[in-house]
Design a protein around this ligand. Structure first.
Ligand code: ZN
Length: 428
């Protein structure tokens, strides 16, 4: 990287802006700090000679080149910090070959690397046969309101990548389809409560007996009884990979069934896949279904919220068809993230993949993922770095950090991808 010292100085300035979402102020929909990060970035781009657009402080755009549009999108907002950091979170610290600070990996570092790579493309005088539209998001971590606003103001390119995921390149993301079911009130027990968030496998659930119950059933299902509560412990895992965890709700339901409660259908469908949803599989993986969050509903029954992930080209409709004859009353919570997929062997994925493989001398294949990234704002979107396979940047955690060598390699990958896209005379 030609001007690494200048890059590090800039990264330090950007990290020092505490761009955690706060309440809206005049002309600052996500708070003044987030707005300042956006203004800083656009000003930096202008100082490099780029034309920029500010979408009313919701998002920005940096434009370069002529031809078929190719999008890039990342974000400058960061998640809050707790007091478990060993270094100042809003300053760039260098220690043992690492750069440490909130946003260094997610996503300020990658945003600045991309900007510097685009500058190198421009300064090289190479003809750019694509119109690069580099979008600067400011609300990725808490609601994507920036993108919603952006879409009311402009039409986003069909193809695009987001430097806010993993290398080598992700060509498909499962869709989310969050649903809930309600179990009628139990005769001899209160409602089940447990779980923390809908997208994490429930690691603890409990239920209160209203009177006597068969204590011999506790051991059968690995439950404990304490302070008037029957407790089930499982193992947490990300909601996109429920098989890596152990759901704490199922043993409780089995216990309740043996205790004479009418929960058989809930066990059969939500946990034992009687509707055969989780056997739906394609090259991008299985449909996953994980009932993760349980709480008392207004009738005194139990509401179970479930995280379902659907790999493209399966659609939500295909899953709905399977759910049609199920006797449970299933309602939809969130269906705003459909499955997305870019052709694995298509030109766009291959340009990005080649940039990774040639820079690193590896021979990896494109990957698909169960999570969701900003890439999905494009019809054909790919997540593309900055995290390397088997490298942990400690995103969203204390002491978020990136090794200097990874910053430099990521830079070379983004640079090669931009130069190769610029050289492409034909359309993607
Ligand atoms: Zn991010």
């Amino acid at each position: 990287m030609q001007n690494f010292n200048e890059f590090i100085k800039d990264l330090g300035e950007l990290i020092a802006i505490k761009s955690v979402q706060r309440k809206a102020e005049k002309d600052a929909p996500f708070g003044t700090d987030v707005k300042n990060a956006l203004l800083w970035f656009l000003k930096k781009a202008e100082s490099f000679g780029f034309k920029t657009i500010n979408y009313d402080n919701y998002a920005g755009e940096i434009v370069y080149g002529n031809g078929q549009e190719v999008g890039i999108i990342g974000h400058l907002d960061v998640v809050p910090v707790a007091n478990d950091w060993h270094y100042p979170p809003f300053a760039l610290t260098k220690k043992d070959g690492y750069y440490i600070g909130r946003g260094v990996g997610d996503d300020k570092g990658a945003m600045l690397l991309t900007l510097y790579a685009l500058k190198e493309l421009k300064d090289s005088g190479t003809v750019c046969n694509k119109k690069i539209r580099f979008f600067v998001g400011t609300n990725e971590e808490s609601g994507w309101e920036d993108v919603k606003y952006l879409k009311t103001k402009t039409t986003l390119p069909k193809y695009g990548f987001s430097p806010d995921g993993n290398f080598p390149v992700s060509y498909a993301e499962k869709g989310f389809y969050y649903v809930k079911a309600n179990i009628p009130p139990f005769k001899n027990f209160g409602a089940i409560t447990g779980g923390t968030v809908i997208n994490a496998v429930c690691a603890k659930a409990s239920v209160r007996p209203k009177g006597e119950f068969d204590k011999t059933l506790l051991a059968k299902y690995g439950l404990t009884y304490n302070s008037g509560e029957i407790i089930s412990l499982g193992v947490a895992a990300h909601g996109s990979q429920p098989s890596l965890g152990k759901n704490a709700i199922l043993p409780l339901l089995r216990f309740l069934k043996d205790s004479g409660e009418d929960v058989g259908d809930f066990i059969d469908y939500l946990f034992l896949d009687k509707w055969e949803i989780c056997s739906m599989k394609n090259a991008q993986g299985y449909v996953t279904f994980s009932p993760n969050l349980v709480k008392e509903n207004i009738d005194g029954g139990t509401e179970i919220s479930c995280d379902m992930r659907i790999p493209a080209p399966f659609t939500v409709d295909a899953v709905k068809e399977k759910m049609k004859n199920c006797p449970l009353d299933i309602t939809v919570i969130d269906h705003e993230h459909p499955p997305v997929m870019t052709e694995k062997d298509g030109k766009f994925v291959q340009v990005l993949l080649k940039a990774y493989n040639e820079t690193t001398s590896e021979k990896l294949a494109p990957v698909s993922m169960g999570g969701s990234t900003f890439a999905r704002v494009f019809l054909k979107g790919c997540a593309f770095g900055p995290e390397f396979p088997n490298v942990n940047f400690h995103l969203h955690e204390a002491d978020e950090r990136v090794k200097e060598e990874h910053l430099l390699t990521a830079y070379d990958i983004y640079k090669k991808a931009l130069f190769d896209l610029a050289a492409l005379k034909e359309d993607l």
